[in-house]
Design a protein around this ligand. Structure first.
Ligand code: ACO
Length: 428
């Protein structure tokens, strides 16, 4: 494997080291490029070819459809681990011992309340507010109620901030849904597991005993694990870049939530179900929508298809497809939308447009179907994604701060006007 790359500009050669990751991925280290060449930079809109950091958290191989957290395959974690264990693994690097896990859970429980004044902020939102906007704002508001700065050189401080956020985030997420539905807030029950407690805070009725099917909690747990990290995607890069200015953990995560909201990223799960419902309303003609997706004059895209890095298949989509089937069977639900989804998938996998462009169903193609079966409102789908992604964001923020990474500040190539003289308004 080469360990150096040579760049020649105007007959002058510059050498750059090539670094190799533990999975033999290679990258040209251009840290010295501008200095050596007297100011030449690189340009790579969308960062399709640019590594922003070295990271030991998540490995994915888009060609082979591999996804691993800290070296463990997503398939094995989805089958054997629970969400909190996965969160600990992502954030601290190793699977927790029984003692560590019990302590982690107990510490989270002891922080699983938010300041009552947060309710006043929640009350200020109109009912029509999207829960992602509410969640981002409330997460940011947590700073005001937990103002102490985190000393990143102190393991204790770091741990305390992480536990606080993991504990309070599901409360805010559940309350964002309650607000939308004009329902009284629920304070959870610390005798329950993390995911079950989150579910209770979303669904418990004040005048009824809270009961839930085990299959429901298992399905949510699995979905949260599958969403827990995905290396340097748009929202994670946002968390890292905001955090690189030494903005605090809560502020960085709040920014990540905003990034995740977009329909090209986490917002796709909502967009998928809305698309599938629209197709159903329109008579279920999947061929018509396939044609629209391929028509370059038509802005319509097949939501839930394609991925920036998976150019073979999304391993999470495979697991979720089976989980969607399982959950619907176990809960005895027949969903015509699932049939439309399967029909679209089959057609796309046989269609040269999708095959040539390596467009396969992504994680969000099936997650919405499960959420729908669990009575989770469509506007909450991306919030569910955020709850799942939280440990990944925290792990990446922690790694970035412990690694003493410099502030993120990309360059540009300026293409605007050259220097010109100001004209008085009467002369314009
Ligand atoms: N439907 C139809 N055509 C598509 C789709 C789609 N869903 N996705 C990509 N294409 C086409 C593009 O039009 C383009 O065609 P061209 O080469 O003829 O111009 C080609 O495939 C490449 O597409 P890009 O947009 O350049 O691919 P990129 O890697 O930049 O985008 C993305 C990836 C944003 C995910 C894109 O596939 C998309 O918009 N998909 C739908 C939204 C979606 O499901 N997002 C969720 C992503 S997963 C996640 O965030 C968890």
């Amino acid at each position: 494997m080469a360990d150096k790359a040579t760049l020649t500009i105007d007959g002058k050669s510059y050498e750059f080291p090539i670094i190799t990751g533990t999975e033999k991925e290679q990258a040209i280290d251009i840290k010295t490029l501008r200095g050596a060449t007297g100011g030449i930079t690189t340009i790579d809109p969308g960062y399709k070819n640019t590594g922003s950091c070295e990271s030991a958290i998540t490995f994915l191989d888009g060609e082979k459809g591999i996804l691993r957290y800290r070296g463990y395959s997503i398939e094995e974690l989805a089958e054997k681990a629970d969400f909190l264990e996965t969160a600990y693994l992502l954030i601290f690097g190793e699977l927790p011992t029984k003692q560590q896990l019990d302590k982690f859970h107990a510490d989270i429980k002891s922080e699983s309340h938010v300041d009552e004044d947060m309710k006043k902020i929640l009350d200020g939102f109109p009912k029509s507010a999207h829960p992602m906007g509410v969640l981002s704002a409330l997460t940011s508001a947590l700073i005001a109620f937990n103002p102490s700065t985190v000393n990143v050189d102190s393991e204790e401080d770091m741990y305390a901030a992480i536990v606080k956020l993991l504990a309070k985030f599901p409360v805010l997420a559940a309350w964002a849904m309650r607000k939308k539905k004009s329902q009284p807030l629920d304070y959870g029950d610390n005798s329950l597991g993390y995911v079950e407690n989150f579910h209770k805070m979303m669904f418990a009725k004040p005048n009824e005993e809270y009961k839930v099917d085990k299959a429901v909690i298992e399905a949510i747990d699995k979905l949260l694990i599958l969403h827990a990290d995905h290396e340097q995607n748009c929202s994670t890069s946002t968390v890292r870049i905001v955090g690189s200015s030494h903005a605090g953990l809560f502020a960085s995560i709040s920014a990540g939530i905003s990034a995740l909201w977009g329909p090209l990223h986490g917002g796709a799960n909502q967009a998928v179900i809305e698309m599938l419902e629209a197709i159903k309303e329109d008579g279920g003609d999947t061929k018509k929508y396939m044609a629209k997706a391929k028509d370059k004059e038509d802005p319509f895209r097949l939501m839930g298809f394609g991925h920036r890095v998976y150019k073979n298949f999304d391993p999470r989509a495979k697991i979720i497809k089976v989980a969607a089937d399982d959950v619907l069977t176990q809960l005895g639900i027949e969903d015509p939308v699932l049939d439309i989804a399967k029909g679209l998938e089959k057609e796309a996998l046989e269609d040269p447009y999708f095959v040539d462009r390596k467009l396969y169903p992504n994680v969000d193609f099936y997650s919405g179907i499960i959420y729908r079966a669990l009575d989770i409102p469509v506007e909450m789908f991306t919030v569910m994604f955020a709850v799942g992604r939280l440990p990944g964001w925290i792990a990446q923020w922690r790694e970035m701060r412990l690694g003493k990474e410099p502030i993120g500040r990309p360059r540009q190539v300026y293409t605007g006007e050259n220097l010109r003289s100001f004209k008085e308004v009467s002369e314009r």
